[in-house]
Write a protein that binds this ligand. Structure first.
Ligand code: NDP
Length: 304
C-alpha cells in the first residue's frame, strides 16, 4: 500500500439520522459500507445517492468486519448489539458506537459483546451536522490502545481530530461534559443578550464586542447570531438529545458524590425547556424559551 492509502474495510453502518447520513456517505468513499436504518426508506435513499449497500434487515449486517452505530441513546445501541450478535456477528469484529451515549450502559454493552470476542469502542463526535458533512468531526474514543488504533483508521474518513481519551466509557463521559458546557454557555449567552436587548442596545454591536472579548463562546460566536438576529432557526440537533447529554453529565457527577450545582441547574432548565418546546424542537430554541419567560422576542424571532 502507498503511504496515506486506506485499507478498505467491510463496514455495517446503523443509524442514518442527521449525523449518520453524511458520516456514512464520507465513509463510503474509502470503505465498503452497508447501511441499515430503522426506517428503511432512508437507507434505500442513501444507497441510491452514495453507492452504499442497502440492508433491510439487521441480519445482513452480521458479516461486517466493523459495525458503527449512531442512534439517539445507549439503550438503542444495547438493543442493536443484542440483535446483530444473535445474527452471528463474528469474533474479532470491532463495534464502534458513535452515539452520544452514557458510560455505564456502554460498559455493560461492551461486556456482553466481549463474551463473543467482539471488541467495543465508544467514539462519540462533536462538530455538528456541518462537521459531519465536511468530514471534519472531532472524535473522542474510549477503549483499549489496540482498538483505538483500529478505530482511528476508520474515523479518518469522518473526522480530522481523533483523540484516545481513556478506557471504554471515557469517550461518552467527555462528550457529556462537553455538551453540558455547551448547554450552560448557550443559556448564559441567551440571558445576557436578552438583558442587553431590554436596555435597547444593538445586539450586533454587543456581539462584536463580546466575541472579541473574554465572554465569548461557541454559542455567542457561531450559534446565536444567525438565529436571534438573522431569524434562521434550522433543525440540526434535537433539544431532546442535548437534554439527554446534560442529564448524563449530571448523573455522572451525582454518582461520584460531587457538588456540581451548575450542571444540575442546567439540566433542570433544559428539561423545562424541552417540556415547553416539545420533542421536535431544535436545541437552539432554548434561546426562544429564555425570551418567552420574559414576554420578549428576539429581533429575528417571528411570532409563533
Ligand atoms: P436523529 O434524530 O437525526 O437520528 C436518529 C437516528 O437513530 C435515526 O437514524 C433514527 O431512525 C435512529 N433511531 C431512533 N430510534 C431508534 C431505535 N429505537 N432503534 C434504532 N434506530 C433508532 O439524531 P442525530 O443524528 O442528530 O443524533 C444521533 C446521535 O448523535 C445522538 O446520540 C446525538 O446526541 C449525537 N450527536 C448529534 C449531533 C447533531 O448535531 N445532530 C452532534 C453530535 C452528536 P429513523 O430514521 O427511523 O428515525
Amino acid at each position: 500500500m502507498m503511504p496515506g492509502e486506506v485499507f478498505p474495510m467491510k463496514i455495517a453502518f446503523l443509524g442514518l439520522g442527521a449525523m449518520g447520513y453524511p458520516m456514512a456517505a464520507n465513509l463510503s468513499r474509502n470503505h465498503e459500507v452497508t447501511v441499515w436504518n430503522r426506517t428503511p426508506e432512508v437507507a434505500r435513499r442513501h444507497a441510491g445517492e452514495h453507492g452504499t449497500t442497502f440492508a433491510d434487515s439487521l441480519d445482513q449486517c452480521a458479516t461486517a468486519d466493523v459495525v458503527i452505530s449512531i442512534v439517539p441513546t445507549s439503550a438503542e445501541v444495547a438493543e442493536l448489539a443484542r440483535i446483530v450478535t444473535a445474527a452471528g456477528l463474528r469474533s474479532g469484529v470491532l463495534w464502534m458506537d458513535m452515539t452520544s451515549g452514557d458510560p455505564q450502559t456502554s460498559r455493560a454493552t461492551a461486556a456482553g459483546l466481549e463474551e463473543k470476542g467482539i471488541r467495543f469502542v465508544d467514539a462519540p463526535v462533536t462538530g455538528g451536522t456541518p462537521g459531519a458533512e465536511a468530514g471534519t468531526l472531532t472524535i473522542m474514543i474510549g477503549g483499549s490502545a489496540e482498538d483505538f488504533e483500529r478505530a482511528r483508521e476508520i474515523c479518518a474518513s469522518m473526522g480530522t481530530r481523533i483523540v484516545h481519551v481513556g478506557a471504554i466509557g471515557a469517550g461518552h463521559a467527555v462528550k457529556a461534559v462537553n455538551n453540558a458546557m455547551l448547554a450552560a454557555n448557550l443559556w448564559a449567552a441567551a440571558e445576557g443578550l436578552l438583558s442587553l436587548k431590554a436596555l435597547g442596545l444593538d445586539l450586533e454591536k454587543a456581539l462584536e464586542v463580546i466575541n472579541s472579548g473574554s465572554g465569548r463562546s461557541n454559542a455567542s460566536e457561531n450559534l446565536l447570531p444567525s438565529r436571534i438576529i438573522g431569524g434562521e432557526w434550522p433543525l440540526t440537533f434535537k433539544l431532546a438529545l442535548l437534554d439527554k447529554d446534560v442529564r448524563i453529565a449530571a448523573s455522572m457527577a451525582h454518582s461520584q458524590h460531587l457538588a456540581t450545582p451548575l450542571i444540575g441547574l442546567t439540566s433542570t432548565l433544559f428539561t423545562a425547556a424541552l417540556k415547553e418546546l416539545g420533542a421536535g424542537a431544535d436545541y437552539m430554541e432554548v434561546a426562544k424559551f429564555v425570551t418567552s419567560l420574559n414576554g420578549e422576542r428576539w429581533p429575528g424571532e417571528k411570532s409563533s
